[in-house]
Unconditional design. Structure first.
Length: 70
């Protein structure tokens, strides 16, 4: 999941970079910047989901509980 999140965030940066290059000449540049921003938000939400799973495992470990993978 982390690799998917990283790929989406890098892709969003690339889309926004291309959109910034065409911003002054074409309206498509503004649309690309908006699309890249949406991709970035999706990537960050996926990243937060993976982090929350890891935090739950850490809390279970220190509280003496057993995780579902044990």
């Amino acid at each position: 999941m982390k690799s998917v999140s990283a790929a989406v965030i890098v892709l969003s940066g690339a889309v926004m970079f291309v959109g910034g290059a065409f911003r002054s000449t074409y309206d498509i540049g503004i649309l690309l910047i908006a699309f890249g921003s949406i991709l970035g938000v999706i990537g960050m939400l996926v990243w937060l989901a993976t982090v929350s799973e890891e935090l739950q495992r850490i809390v279970l470990f220190f509280s003496g509980g057993r995780s579902s993978e044990d």
